[in-house]
Design a protein around this ligand. Sequence first.
Ligand code: 7RM
Length: 635
Amino acid sequence: MSNYHIKHLEEYYQVYRKSVRNPEVFWEEIAEEHFLWRKKWDKVLSWDFKKPKVKWFEGAELNITENCIDRHLYTRGDKTAIIFEPNNKEDEAEHITYKQLHERVCRFANVLLDKGIKKGDRVCIYLPMIPELAIATLACARIGAIHSVVFAGFSSTALATRINDSECKMVITSDGSYRGPKTIDLKGIVDEALEDCTTIESVLVAKRINSDVQMKADRDYWLQPLLDDAYSDCVPEIMKAEDPLFILYTSGSTGKPKGMVHTTAGYMVYTAYTFKNVFQYTENDVYWCTADIGWITGHSYIVYGPLCNGATTVMFEGVPSYPDFGRFWEIVEKHKVNQFYTAPTAIRALAKEGIDHLEKHNLSSIKVLGTVGEPINEEAWHWYDDNVGKKKAPIVDTWWQTETGGIMISPIAFATPTKPTYATLPFIGVQPALMDEKGTEIKGNQVDGRLCIKFPWPSMARTIWGNHQRYKETYFSAYDNMYFTGDGALRDEVGYYRITGRVDDVIIVSGHNLGTAPIEDAINEHPAVAESAIVGFPHDVKGNALYGYVTLKETGESRNHDNLRKEINQLITEQIGPIAKLNKIQFTNGLPKTRSGKIMRRILRKIACNETDQLGDTSTLLNPEVVQDIMDNVL
Ligand code: 7RM
């Protein structure tokens, strides 16, 4: 029997039990039947969380791009692999078939080879969401070069740090990028970064905005002429299962960014399998994930997972607000999107705009909705369910991390009954554990604790580039023999998980543990509130007290703010209890966010604690300007 496509809850439980009782037999079957191998493995799994060392499919040989592209050529050669939707809606969308993708990846791979890139070399990709981004990524994988995609909203300093850490030999970029009504001088940012980099030998530049850029002789090359001259076929490099596929940087709570290293076979098997099941992708569906390929969500669920399943995946260059907040819905209608995957921050921004935009578009193609990136608050969940899914599309709240490579806790669409704000059940093969502060596993249901994973899964990051010790300390030292996620979670009476947020966001007030997320949920239910963030600050009696930053829907809110404060605390009292009431409530014009839309509570905490001299680096924020504004109005 094939366990590749799970359709019912009973089937989920049955396959889950099998995957946990005998992981090796289970994953061997999945790997054997659904992927293309040049050589089969000698051993499915060997692991030791103490070292930590994990190997999946050791001895196997493969190339992931053969799985993502070549093997579809007979059956799906003329099927669209990628739909590119440009920033400006007047520009035509591009439909790239699997045959065309094959040719473009091969040409690109030959250009890389020609510029001296070899298996194991690191290549930094700093591109906007244009087809070249996916193609360059796959071209690296084609020849066994390790890609390090850096989100093209990062500053030159952030870019230089990442290039230097992994000693990249090449940067692939573009003259510039479009972002809504603006253009960004990407090549200028690269030039600035490279002043502090010594390992870069060449820079490939795609033309996107036709701006005037400086081209440095013997270093910078326009991409298109090289592609035109390149041969249109490229023999894939045969990779070992555990050869690194890519490095992706993620910021830790302290120190420099961590270059998470993902390897080939396990990552491929797990992202493909989760994609198929979580989203219930079926042939001829059009799938759209709004993330940027610069994040893990884009790597796993725009590029590798979908393409490995022969899917049609949408790449959108622009932003949800341009030319207006109807853009997402217009794209859904235009390309008849069947699975739509976005982040809570986007959902809240769209919800703030009301439903007029939604009503102008036909969204009947939508079958499944997804969310990822942070806990989704109840109000946003219902807005998404009611207005986008019209209560007919299951919401898959997918919990996972850069480090996990693929989705770890999530409903399987149509199989798992959903529950607002719950990521629900562990995915096949995932063995979560909730731990208390003393390091004991909390068994049973209706409990909460720190979320760990007890057993390896195929797509886990294998190390931090150049710093295995930090990998061990960050993820395998808090609890014996477990991977520690850094998140807190609760398990309800039926075994569903709700991620309550980073454990560093837990605030203990008068001896009570309070998660920030449920308090924020309560606040967000106030009709005047757009968004909120809670942090703790020291208090003589309670140990900690709560400071709330609240953004209103209408910034010109004429209502008496003291009344609003009372109403917010009343809501919290009603939903959580008086213990969770806020001591201070500051109304803000916005909340500081990372480029991927996560609220930076760390900064807000420093401001509330009056430690603004230790704010740290705020340059990588999406909206650094709000920080000063918040500081100027601190209570
Ligand atoms: C995929 C991604 C990881 C952190 C993670 C959580 C938070 C992600 C959810 C979530 C609640 C979710 N990778 N997080 N998904 N929290 N529900 N569905 O976002 O490395 O950038 O972030 O994001 O705190 O640890 S990430």
